[in-house]
Design a protein around this ligand. Structure first.
Ligand code: SAH
Length: 215
């Protein structure tokens, strides 16, 4: 095993598994290193959505980490905001926006309290936040999202799939769970098999990409 492999293994061992809820402090600490999900570019699934013109209006990147998806939206000329609880991630996101000459607003904010953010968005991007929550917080998050998305606005969700083997990394989510989370006040447009690019061997995990409209 070379040094890089050993480092990757150590990092994987520090990852909270599905049995351990992730707390804000876990995330802040992970941003002192480069966390496995922080690939330095947007997830290819979201690049494809942006290229297809699926992002529109005011865009919110929830649990934005170091900001790649809000930055992607801004590159496509959209009004973009990113929020994350981890201050270290928001610092990095702001630095990237400045370095790339993009005008994006990044704020430290709890996604569970989005209703109090007092703004509405036409498009919400979620790369790896939904699968972080335990059941109670998941329901709370969906309620907060509903208050934050304008009528006919869309939520694009990329989360780890129950088809992904192993117990490293985040909680796995099934299509039925996604459907069950978005019932009254929502219309699930599609839930497609997708990939999550990660910095750990083998570089990708099985995911679901869901498109949900707030009715
Ligand atoms: N979207 C980013 C980060 C995914 S990791 C990317 O694709 O790289 C999940 C992110 O959610 C972490 O940055 C973590 O700090 C953030 N997070 C976890 N709980 C949160 C909460 N309650 N509110 C806002 N952000 C949260």
């Amino acid at each position: 095993m070379d040094d890089e492999e050993r480092r990757a293994l150590e990092q994987r061992e520090r990852l909270p598994g599905p049995l351990r809820p992730r707390r804000p402090a876990d995330f802040d600490e992970m941003y002192t290193d480069v966390p496995p999900w922080d690939i330095g570019r947007p997830q290819s699934e979201f690049v494809a959505l942006a290229d297809a013109g699926a992002l529109r209006g005011r865009v919110l990147d929830v649990g934005c980490g170091t900001g790649e998806h809000a930055l992607l939206a801004a590159e496509h000329g959209l009004d973009a905001t990113g929020i994350d609880l981890a201050a270290a991630a928001i610092d990095q996101a702001r630095a990237k926006a400045q370095a790339r000459g993009l005008d994006v607003r990044f704020e430290i904010y709890n996604a569970l309290e989005l209703a109090a953010f007092g703004e509405q968005f036409d498009t919400v991007l979620d790369s790896g936040l939904f699968h972080v929550f335990e059941d109670d917080d998941r329901a709370r998050f969906v309620r907060a999202l509903h208050a934050t998305i304008a009528p006919d606005g869309r939520y694009h969700l990329l989360c780890f799939s129950d088809l992904q083997p192993g117990d490293w990394g985040p909680r796995r989510v099934s299509r039925d769970e996604i459907r069950a989370s978005f019932t009254e006040g929502w219309r699930v447009e599609s839930i497609d098999a997708a990939v999550f690019d990660v910095r750990l061997d083998p570089g990708r995990a099985l995911a679901w990409l869901a498109v949900v409209t707030r009715v």
